[in-house]
Ligand binder design. Structure first.
Ligand code: C2E
Ligand code: CA
Ligand code: CA
Length: 705
């Protein structure tokens, strides 16, 4: 540590002590000199008076006798003293009885001398004698003083001044010397006792590491262990160790905050913050290598139902197992991160082809689809993946993620369990979808929904046995939006729960209308989405509607798709059993399109199977489809279920179905979906004696065009 000359404490001390000592020395010397001047003045006066006293006798004699010779001798005598430069004896008659004078001596301190004593010192002595005189009557004598003259001298004070200055210099010199010596000694004492140990302590401070200040302990200077310096050192050591322990605590806290801000708590995978950094790193690398890389946005399909039907704990454990599985089986992936409840994002390695991304996405889909064993229960879940590729689909992390998320939603809307690459036109469609999804939230309150009912025909009597409720959305700007388009959106933002409740209520209202019109055998088929099925309050909603419209629960049929059931089989079984306990019937919708196996059918409490219209459509053209339809009908009957064929558009189809002993048919051939009043008209027109041969389509007004 370098100090400037004057900033060094020992130097400042040295200067301060020395200056003070010198000033004090100077002051003392000055006082001494003043006293000396005073006594020199006194001396001069005393000397002059002694000199005059010595000459009083002869001078008085010479003045009395007017003896010039003697007077001159007196003057001569006085001039022996070299300081006297003028002497005279004066009488009244002889004003200059004897006089002598010499010039003032040449003296370099004359001015000082003038200042101290004046130019010259003048002394005079009256020359007198006593005489005895008789009084005028001559009777008495009296003595009188007789004045004969005066002796005058002038003394040159420079002789005294010279001695004085010589002594003065000595005084000052020795005074200063003494005080300097004293100052020096003082300085050495201070230095030894204070500045040197302090300098040592300061030096040892340099060895302290600011990050670990208590690793090296400061030592008190020798001999100072128990004085203020020792205390200071102990205090500093204490301070350093508390600083270090605070530092350590802060480091631990910082590491914790760093983990919190960069990693997901549950799976310990990188979170969105870290993901962004990793994507930015990949961008740099891709730019450098002139290559591409893909970002996968992977969301689980209907993860919510796992939480609802099992427990949040089961949901968490599924996420954890999934993250372990991904990390274990996709080791080549640069970053696997969890960026939301059921959303994972993967940054794929730099490559040159989109094919790698497709392969990885397919791999992830398969990995996730493999069932998870959580406690005793096997949980199956699927996922939807959106893929965006740098640099084509976005130049920043935000853009890539946003686009991947958007296309993920498209993959989900297409039924999930698939991946989808980002395409510009798709993006526009997604934005449109988002706008629609938003306007869904107000649709219910603004009465934009309505229900149509499509009759179902009992193929043995050819009479209307019931109707399926089909929802319609009249968008204020876009007009009629088909349910296939908006139901997935409503499922996405959960509005399906409120909409579904309205549909159940409205369907039951229509049913009670028909029952009250005298058609009490009629059933209503209500479509229930997967989200609704996994809502615990579905039972409550159904019970409320049954009570409100005083319906026989058996006249209500819930249509549930295969996929809604299969997304969580165990939970679905429990829910369906509960529904059956109320007396409500259950139909499996779109049978044959999903991956429900015959085995599953056995486990589930279905009353009816609806053969999907895709089989009916080309049933008569393809023997394969005809066989499938026949098999499904047989299978359904074997399992004690009734079979409905949907999408029947021709008489031929109906005839074939009758041959296969299919129980019910629903389709345009008989009627398109109509409103509830029109259902009553249809019921009234229904000809009880009609045979298959003379069955004719009713062709009611088409509400859908
Ligand atoms: P879905 O349950 O399979 O309903 C049958 C669909 O087939 C209806 O379409 C119906 O109009 C149509 N269809 C009926 N007969 C024929 C025919 O002969 N030929 C052809 N080509 N089609 C026929 P829609 O009403 O557009 O409904 C489509 C899907 O939307 C339904 O399929 C169902 O999955 C869903 N959906 C409709 N209404 C509701 C609802 O109230 N709630 C729920 N959750 N989903 C509904
Ligand atoms: Ca249906
Ligand atoms: Ca169907």
């Amino acid at each position: 540590m370098g100090y400037q000359l004057f900033n060094r404490l020992s130097n400042r001390l040295f200067f301060a002590v020395l200056t003070t000592a010198l000033l004090v020395g100077l002051a003392i010397s000055s006082v001494q000199i003043l006293l000396d001047v005073q006594s020199a003045q006194d001396n001069l006066e005393k000397q002059a008076k002694q000199l005059l006293a010595m000459m009083r006798e002869p001078a008085t004699q010479s003045a009395y006798n007017l003896d010039r010779g003697m007077a001159e001798q007196v003057i001569e005598g006085l001039f022996q003293n070299e300081a006297i430069f003028y002497a005279a004896i004066k009488t009244e008659t002889e004003p200059s009885l004897a006089t002598n004078k010499k010039p003032l001596k040449d003296f370099k301190y004359r001015n000082l001398s003038n200042f101290l004593f004046g130019q010259s010192l003048y002394f005079s002595l009256p020359l007198e004698g006593t005489i005895k005189t008789r009084t005028s009557d001559r009777t008495e004598y009296f003595t009188a003083t007789a004045h004969y003259g005066v002796l005058e001298i002038n003394i040159d004070p420079s002789y005294a001044t010279q001695a004085l200055t010589e002594r003065g210099f000595q005084i000052i010199f020795s005074g200063l010397l003494q005080s300097m010596l004293f100052g020096l000694v003082l300085y050495l004492i201070f230095h030894g006792m204070i500045t040197r140990p302090m300098a040592k302590m300061t030096k040892s401070l340099e060895s302290i590491d600011p990050l670990q200040p208590s690793r090296v302990q400061l030592e008190a200077p020798k001999g100072h262990e128990f004085d203020e310096m020792g205390t200071w050192v102990n205090k500093i050591n204490g301070l350093f160790s508390s600083i270090e322990s605070h530092n350590n605590q802060r480091r631990v806290a910082e590491a914790h905050v760093e983990r919190l801000s960069n990693y997901d708590m549950l799976t310990e995978l990188p979170n969105r913050m870290l993901l962004n950094k990793r994507i930015e790193e990949s961008i740099l690398e891709a730019d450098e290598k002139n290559a591409i890389f893909a970002v996968l946005w992977c969301a689980l399909d209907d993860f919510n139902s796992v939480n609802l039907l099992h427990s949040y704990n089961a949901g968490d454990r599924l996420l954890l197992s999934l993250s372990e599985r991904l990390q274990h089986e996709m080791q080549s992936i640069q970053t696997i991160s969890r960026i939301g409840g059921d959303v994972f994002s993967l940054v794929l390695p730099i490559t040159n082809t989109h094919l790698d991304a497709a392969k990885s996405a397919q791999r992830v889909l398969e990995l996730i689809r493999r069932p998870f064993q959580i406690d005793e229960v096997q949980l199956s879940i699927t996922s939807s993946i959106g893929i965006s590729v740098y640099p084509h689909d976005g130049s920043t992390s935000d853009e890539l993620l946003k686009h991947a998320e958007n296309v993920m939603q498209l993959a989900k809307a297409q039924g999930g369990n698939r991946y989808q690459f980002f395409v510009e036109s798709v993006d526009e469609k997604i934005k449109e979808t988002k706008r629609l999804e938003k306007s869904l939230s107000v649709a219910l309150n603004e009465d934009q929904f309505s229900l149509l009912f499509q009759p179902q025909i009992d193929l043995s009597t050819m009479k209307i046995s019931g109707a399926e409720a089909l929802v319609r959305w009249h968008h204020p700007e876009k007009g009629l939006i088909p349910p296939d388009e908006f139901i997935p959106l409503a499922e996405n933002n959960q509005t399906i729960i409120a909409i579904g409740k309205w549909i159940i209520d409205e369907s039951c209202r229509a049913l009670s209308l028909w029952h009250n019109a005298g058609f009490s055998h009629l059933t209503i088929s209500i479509n229930v989405s997967a989200i609704q099925l996994h809502q615990s309050n579905l039972i409550r909603v159904l019970k409320d509607a049954i009570k409100k419209y005083q319906l026989n629960p058996h006249t209500i049929i819930l249509e549930i798709t295969e996929t809604a059931v299969m997304s969580n089989l165990d939970a679905a079984v429990r829910m369906l059993k509960h529904i059956k306990q109320i007396g409500i019937q259950i139909a499996i919708d779109d049978f044959g399109t999903g991956y429900a196996s015959l085995n599953h059918l056995k486990r589930l409490p279905f009353d009816k199977v609806k053969v999907d219209k895709s089989f009916i459509e080309d049933m008569l053209e393809s023997t394969e489809n005809a066989t499938i339809v026949g098999a499904i009908i047989k299978l359904g009957h074997n399992l004690d279920m009734q079979v409905i064929a949907e999408g029947t558009e021709t008489l031929e189809q109906i005839k074939y179905l009758q041959e296969c002993e299919c129980d019910f048919a629903q389709g345009y051939y008989y009627s398109r979906p109509v409103n509830s009043n029109e259902v009553i008209s249809l019921l009234r027109k229904d000809n009880p004696t009609s045979q298959v041969n003379n069955l004719y389509p009713l062709n009611p007004p088409n509400h859908e065009s």
